[in-house]
Every structure is written in structure tokens, then in C-alpha cells.
Design a protein around this ligand. Structure first.
Ligand code: PHE
Length: 450
């Protein structure tokens, strides 16, 4: 993908776009967010609701976002301005930009944990226990702030040059490798004592666990994991060539994202029970312990029990891959406010990236010292903010811009889409099913927060 510093760019190739969009989707949401929520919100029942939210709500919204982006060729605020004269909808874009900024502020802290653990594995192997313990301490403000800053500076650097070919290549290598390592580790974990309890918890749903809170959390997770509701895919869609097939690209990104989340769950939930069988306390009462760093306790423990050079290599490679996956997501999170500043205030790309990036870094540093903010920000800007953004986008496409205009945009790269089944079903989802389900859910979420 080449976004030049002087003009709006476009993706180098179809694969470039799909890789960048999949890179945006696959990240900490899959490997940190999803298993943590499965563990704490109801196991397999959560998985079922999450899959429904992803395919029935997330996928149609993704098609809508990409269509808005490609038609307008603008950032989320500019896109709504370009497609209608309605004064309200640009505010939806602005809300998206705000959610992106706030999500990025805590995302870099967690990405920093992941990056730090790659080195923790090395220090542990070498027996440098003090250094290893420092990196294990997710509550250490200075350590968190320094690594989060490194992460943010890397993201800014990449964004200033336009997203480089290097990132396309990194993403291309990352996904299969990440899947490979996760599968190897699943194989290992499933042979350990206690693993089958975890598999049961993950795959045998107890539907009595489904309640409004679980659905609220699963919907937020689906939006977060697919990078929806804040205009990241409006922005990425704005660099997309008219020749590309939007529904097909969206389907690919959705499947890649869900596939990796599913595998991560199949690894981490059983690994928790293995840890439990080995005497590590992961339950509070009969509930799995809920905490933002749960996954970061379980995974290193796993690599350490594998031990030796194999444990070291698996651990280092896994955490480096997770860091790259997080980096391709932070790039898309930062690209949204940066594109907004470039388009709307005519600031050069370099200045916009440094100004916005450093501003967000200040918030990140506050989060680094107060990690309890992660849960609060996650609830407001992710669980509540992203579905709200998605809801308003559905209303926009369904009733203001109109699904027919969106289908005409899709037709450019998908000849015949208007005559097919997709054109019959998708508008029903965008006009009725998605807005109603999301609205009910957002309403429940607000009641829960009060
Ligand atoms: N989808 C990313 C992840 O799963 C996070 C993200 C959310 C990225 C919203 C961009 C926009 O880690």
C-alpha cells in the first residue's frame, strides 16, 4: 500500500488491501481480548453469541463501511459530508475518530506487554530473573510507558511514510506463521492434564449463561475484533480501487479474523485449565479470574513449562508475531485520526502523524501508570462506542445515502451484484436487523452502566 506524503494514495494491489485490512482486524482483539472474554463471560455460550454477532451484524456493517469509504474517498468525517448534506452524520465520523484515539491509547500499553514478553522469554531462559520479572510486571508504570512509547513511535514512523510495502510483506508472513504456532501449541496443550475441562468449557455451551451483559460484551468484541464502527474501514476503503469486489474482500477479512480468534480461544481456555491442574490459581469462586493480564499470565507459564530451547523459540516467535499483529492494528487506529486531520485541515501527512501520534501518546502514558483505566476505556469506547458507531452507519446507509447507492458502488468491482441474492439480503440486514439488534444492545449496555 502506498499512501504518499503529498496526496491521497491507493493500495498497490488487491492483496495489499486485503492484507492491510486483515492486518487491522487481526490483533490483540483476537489473542488477548477474545479469550479473556470467553473465560470471564460464559465460555462456549459466549463463543456462540460472538459468532452470531460477527457474521450477522459485523459482516454486513463491514460491507457498508467499505462502500462508504470507497465511494467518498475520504476520512470518516469527510465521507459523511461528501455523501449527504445532513449535518448530523459527520458527527458520527467524529465520534469514530474519538473512539479510535481512546482505543489506541490503551492498545499501545497492551501491545507493549506483548512486545516485552518476547524479551522476557529470553531473559527467563538465560536465568536473568530480575530482568524477566520486570517485564512480567504488567503494573509497572515506567516499564509500561517506555515500551508503549517505543510502540507508538514505530507506528508514527510507519504512518508518516505512508504504509510501506514492508508492512504488506510482514502481514503476509505473519498470518500463516501465527496460525502455525498457535496450532502447534494447541497440540501440546491438549495432551496435558486438565485440558479437556477447558475444551468442554470452550465448546459445550451452557445457554443459561446468556444474558444481556454477555451479549453486550460479545457485540463489542465482534466490532473491536473486526475493526468496525469507528471508520477504520471507511478510511481503508477510501484507498481501495474501484475494481475490487467489496463483499468478497469483507468476507475474507471476516473469516481470517474469526478463524484466528477461534484458534486463540482453543489454545488459551484449555491452557488455563492446565495451569489450574498444575496448581496455579485461576479461579475466583467458580468463575475464571477476570483480569486484563490473564492471558499474559497463562501464555508465558505455558512456554516455561514447555521449557528448554523449544519453549524459548516458541515463546519468542509467538510474542514477536503478536507484536507485529498489534502493530498492523495500531497503524490502522492511528491512520483514522491522521487521515481526518490531513483531509479536513489540510495538514501535511508528516505533521499530522507526529502531532496526533504524540498527543495520543500522552494519554497512553497516563494509562501506562493506571492500568485499571484499560477496563474503563474498553467498556466506554469499545463495547459501547463501536456498536453505537456501527448502528448510526447502518442508519446512514439504510435511510440517508440508501442501500441502492451502496450497491451501485459495489457493482463497479462486482458485476451483477445488484441482480444477485446478496442485493436482496444485505439491505434487509442494514435497514432492519443490524440497527434493531445493535440499538437494543446499546440500550441494555447503557442500563448496565448506570
Ligand atoms: N481489530 C483490532 C484487534 O483485534 C483492533 C482495532 C479496533 C483496530 C478498531 C482498528 C480499529 O486487535
Amino acid at each position: 500500500m502506498a499512501i504518499s506524503s503529498t496526496e491521497r494514495g491507493s493500495w498497490n494491489s488487491k492483496l495489499g488491501f486485503i492484507l492491510a485490512a486483515a492486518g487491522s482486524a487481526v490483533g490483540l482483539g483476537n489473542i488477548w481480548g477474545f479469550p479473556t472474554k470467553v473465560a470471564t463471560e460464559g465460555g462456549a455460550a459466549y463463543l456462540v453469541i460472538y459468532l452470531l454477532c460477527t457474521f450477522l451484524i459485523g459482516f454486513p456493517v463491514m460491507v457498508a463501511e467499505l462502500s462508504i469509504g470507497r465511494k467518498s474517498g475520504k476520512n470518516p468525517v469527510g465521507a459523511f459530508k461528501a455523501l449527504s448534506s445532513n449535518k448530523f452524520f459527520p458527527l458520527v465520523g467524529l465520534w469514530g475518530v474519538i473512539c479510535g484515539v481512546m482505543i489506541l491509547s490503551f492498545y499501545t500499553v497492551i501491545a507493549g506487554w506483548a512486545f516485552g514478553f518476547a524479551f522476557e522469554e529470553i531473559f527467563y531462559y538465560l536465568g536473568w530473573n530480575a530482568a524477566a520479572d520486570l517485564l512480567t510486571d504488567t503494573g509497572n508504570g515506567w516499564k509500561n510507558a517506555i515500551i508503549a512509547s517505543v510502540f507508538m513511535l514505530g507506528t508514527i514512523k510507519i504512518i508518516t511514510g505512508g504504509v510501506s510495502d514492508g508492512i504488506e510483506k510482514a502481514t503476509k508472513m505473519m498470518m500463516p506463521l501465527l496460525i502455525g504456532i498457535i496450532v502447534i501449541m494447541i497440540g501440546y496443550v491438549l495432551t496435558q492434564d486438565g485440558a479437556m475441562d477447558g475444551v468442554r468449557e470452550y465448546l459445550l455451551p451452557d445457554f443459561s449463561k446468556i444474558n444481556a451483559r454477555l451479549i453486550f460484551s460479545a457485540m463489542g468484541q465482534a466490532f473491536f475484533s473486526l475493526s468496525l464502527g469507528m471508520g477504520a474501514l471507511i478510511t481503508y476503503g477510501s484507498y481501495l480501487s474501484k475494481k475490487e469486489n467489496i463483499p468478497q474482500a469483507a468476507a475474507f477479512v471476516t473469516l481470517a479474523d474469526v478463524g484466528i480468534a477461534f484458534l486463540a480461544g482453543l489454545l488459551i481456555i484449555p491452557a488455563m485449565y492446565v495451569a489450574q491442574a498444575a496448581g496455579i490459581d485461576i479461579f475466583v469462586g467458580d468463575q475464571l479470574a477476570s483480569s486484563t493480564n490473564l492471558v499474559f499470565q497463562i501464555l508465558p507459564a505455558l512456554f516455561h513449562t514447555i521449557g528448554g530451547a523449544v519453549g524459548l523459540i516458541l515463546g519468542v516467535v509467538f510474542f514477536l508475531l503478536l507484536s507485529i499483529a498489534a502493530l498492523t492494528s495500531t497503524i490502522s487506529l492511528l491512520e483514522v485520526p491522521v487521515a481526518f486531520v490531513i483531509d479536513e485541515y489540510e495538514v501535511p501527512r508528516k505533521k499530522a502523524a507526529w502531532g496526533v501520534g504524540l498527543g495520543i501518546l500522552v494519554v497512553s502514558i497516563i494509562v501506562a501508570f493506571n492500568t485499571s483505566l484499560i477496563g474503563t476505556f474498553d467498556n466506554i469506547f469499545n463495547n459501547f462506542g463501536l456498536p453505537l458507531g456501527g448502528l448510526l452507519m447502518c442508519i446512514f446507509v439504510g435511510y440517508v445515502w440508501k442501500t441502492d447507492s451502496a450497491l451501485s458502488e459495489m457493482e463497479l468491482g462486482f458485476a451483477g451484484v445488484k441482480q444477485g441474492l446478496f442485493a436482496k439480503i444485505w439491505p434487509i440486514f442494514i435497514k432492519f436487523i443490524c440497527p434493531l439488534v445493535i440499538a437494543y444492545n446499546v440500550y441494555q449496555g447503557i442500563l448496565g452502566m448506570l
